[in-house]
Design a protein around this ligand. Structure first.
Ligand code: PGA
Length: 242
């Protein structure tokens, strides 16, 4: 893995947005998966600004959802698709046919997982998979202990994910399960990117990047990805021994 440390959140977001822009310039129909959550928000906003200035054109890309809270409808603030739709896809007026999110309300969630796996395979795999890191080291909703060889699957949410996850909602929300791309997708993505910002993430970032490589800490998978890229701001990189 390569680690790049940028000065602050602003610089980090800009850097990641330009990275995406150059990827899309080389491959206008790139298959892109961008996490929801607070970390990538700046990237989404930068991409919208850059698109307005003609610096990037995302209209031919395909957008794959990373994960969802099971039972939380897409129109509810706090759902993952709401986030990416609201801050990227709607402002850019991306065609519906190019957007593939999990249906978190599907009666058959296993079928929903296979549908997503099939779509990704049919599109030739993910060109970019940009993920964040949870305070418990999770990636997407691959919670601690999840096997790394899984494709899309259902997960039982970790207690910390449920507690921290409340920040995405305006009122207390019951969440028990997730539906998520797996870490096998991350391994196979042409460019897997981990982004982290802020001092709150410093300890888990250090553990993930310099500690034991173990399924108990999903983000430590990045140590095994020669083509993986880790983008941090100074605050998130603070505990690294560099
Ligand atoms: P955050 O979420 O970007 O809102 O901190 C990260 C994550 O839980 O993956």
């Amino acid at each position: 893995m390569n680690i790049e440390v940028l000065e602050d959140y602003e610089t980090l977001s800009n850097h990641a947005a330009w990275l995406i822009a150059s990827l899309v310039e080389q491959k206008p129909e790139a298959v892109i998966c961008i996490a929801s959550g607070h970390t990538p928000l700046g990237v989404l906003k930068r991409l919208v600004e850059m698109s307005g200035r003609g610096e990037v054109d995302l209209h031919r890309c395909r957008f794959i959802g990373l994960d969802e809270w099971v039972g939380i409808p897409p129109e509810q603030e706090g759902s993952c698709s709401y986030f990416v739709e609201e801050f990227l896809l709607k402002p850019l007026k991306i065609n519906r046919e190019q957007i593939f999110f999990f249906d978190s309300m599907a009666a058959d969630l296993e079928a929903e997982c296979r549908k997503m796996d099939t779509a990704i395979a049919r599109f030739g795999g993910l060109d970019l998979m940009l993920v964040g890191i949870g305070l418990n080291g999770h990636i997407a909703l691959n919670e601690p202990g999840t096997p790394w060889n899984l494709y899309a699957h259902l997960s039982v949410l970790d207690e910390m994910t449920v507690t921290v996850g409340q920040k995405y909602f305006t009122e207390k929300t019951k969440m028990t399960h997730g539906i998520t791309l797996g870490l096998q997708h991350l391994r196979e993505a042409r460019l897997p990117v981990l982004m982290a910002s802020g001092s709150g993430k410093a300890a888990v970032v250090q553990q993930a990047l310099e500690g034991e490589v173990t399924e108990r800490l999903p983000a430590s998978i990045f140590q095994t990805l020669p083509h993986g890229l880790v983008l941090l701001d100074e605050a998130a990189a603070n505990d690294l021994n560099r």
